[in-house]
Ligand binder design. Structure first.
Ligand SMILES: [Zn+2]
Length: 123
């Protein structure tokens, strides 16, 4: 039988609990950076903010991503790719999920918040 080196199996990340504590406000002219909200993911509280870019022509801010900040101060930047995948810069995503287009728990939480209409979508 042909022996091939297979990659170690990686179980999908799980989202056991997601609750919105405070809804973040999207960037606007009155609050150019938006206003942070907070969310609990699998029992851990995070600050949740939009990452937006303002155009030179004074059009509305373009949402390019989202940032989670843990209680310990660790920050995780997330973005939705054109293919609809959610990238994160946490170690779990970078070392385990990225290669298989999987999502970490932060990504799963973000997807749910976007699907539920809690967050404004990118763009
Ligand atoms: Zn992550």
């Amino acid at each position: 039988m042909h022996q091939s080196r297979s990659k170690p199996r990686v179980n999908p990340a799980t989202l056991t609990d997601l609750s919105l504590i405070d809804r973040p406000a999207a960037p606007c002219f009155l609050a150019p950076r938006g206003l942070p909200g907070s969310v609990s993911i699998n029992g851990n509280a995070y600050q949740l903010e939009y990452h937006a870019i303002w155009q030179q022509d004074e059009g509305p801010a373009v949402i390019v991503g989202y940032r989670l900040t843990s209680r310990t101060g660790a920050t995780y930047d997330l973005e939705v790719t054109p293919d609809g995948f959610i990238r994160c810069d946490c170690p779990d995503y970078l070392f385990r999920r990225q290669e298989v287009n999987g999502a970490c728990k932060h990504g799963l939480a973000l997807r749910k918040l976007l699907e539920d209409g809690v967050l404004a979508p990118p763009g």
